[in-house]
Design a protein around this ligand. Sequence first.
Ligand code: ADE
Length: 413
Amino acid sequence: MKFKIKDLNLAEEGRRQIEWAESKMPVLMKIRERFNKEKPLNGIKISACLHVTKETAVLMKTLLAGGAEITLSASNPLSTQDEVAAALVEEGVHVYAWRGQSEEEYFECIRLALKHKPHITMDDGADLTVTAHKENYIENTIGGTEETTTGVIRIKAMEKEGALKYPIIAVNNALTKYLFDNRYGTGQSTIDGIMRATHVLLAGKNVVVAGYGWCGRGIAMRAKGMGANVIITEVDPLRALEAVMDGYRVMPMSKAAEIGDIFITATGNIDVIREEHFKKMKNGAILANSGHFNVEINIKDLEKLSVKKRKIRPHVEEYTLQNGRKLYLLAEGRLVNLAAAEGHPSEVMDMSFSNQALSIEYLVENKGKLEAKVYLVPKQIDMKVAKLKLESLGIEIDKLTPRQEEYLQKWEL
Ligand code: ADE
């Protein structure tokens, strides 16, 4: 087994974490059972670039059960759970990941994974896919998947420029992914990360959420549920209007900056909070990012405005500005939910990663038939995941009667 991790001795603890996640991921476990019998991934090499968490481990073990050979690198320098990385090496995955990688080490690990010449790439944020294309590691590749909104946007840009060389399934865009993972997963885990890092009371705080996409909605909903006064900032008029009618105050960041106690970015864009905003912020304001990259809060601007910086507790950096006010940046502006907490709970990752497993099986089954384009997760896979999830929850639903089916086909009443 080839690997580069923090400490193999952590494997025992990692195994227990994975077992805990497995007990909450029934859909993926059911897929694993079938994969174990049918071995649909026999002879397939997969290079995955995902957050190395206990939930990812459940996916990796499922793909192993299907017969795949797997390399795993981290999709963020700060998100790896080292005990899980160790347990996965013992399971037979080539893992190149540890928490606290430098930017250089992070890309080096992606390259190490790509040197295995994968048939399938699995990505979260598109760094692996982009590196594979730019540095020409694609000779064996028949297809890939992408887990997150930011990654899908990047890969669609590649497609538009004619740079994409193999088909990619946008797992993020499955309904059973973004309606649950992006909304309830990000909602809960972002609040979890902020609370673990700061231990502040949310009730009565002005919480500013930048971006009212599915992630922003989830964060706003959960912050409101904890008693915060939530303010939304947006650039999209439709989303801004939805936020208004969902009961939030909506205003530009230049105004929100003056009154916010906690700022959370979830836009997927750069410079959402920058010099002009930091200058207006109240003493003690907390800054957190939940978007994929650490570009939403402009840290260079923050450093420039500061006369002093110190770590006041784990994941909390105190910046003293020239105007004497103190601002608190969480998790170096990286994904707060994965750096300061454990990412999305297993129950939602169950659906996201079931889509991943089934999409990979689909890519293998359809080898050579797909073009170098971005594809949606096939509808039948998406609906199957929803059905299996409901079943696992013991929830039954109604079925259309033949008369109702017929009624829906008619246009003359
Ligand atoms: N992305 C967000 N939460 C995650 C988790 N728990 N595991 C893997 N990827 C994630």
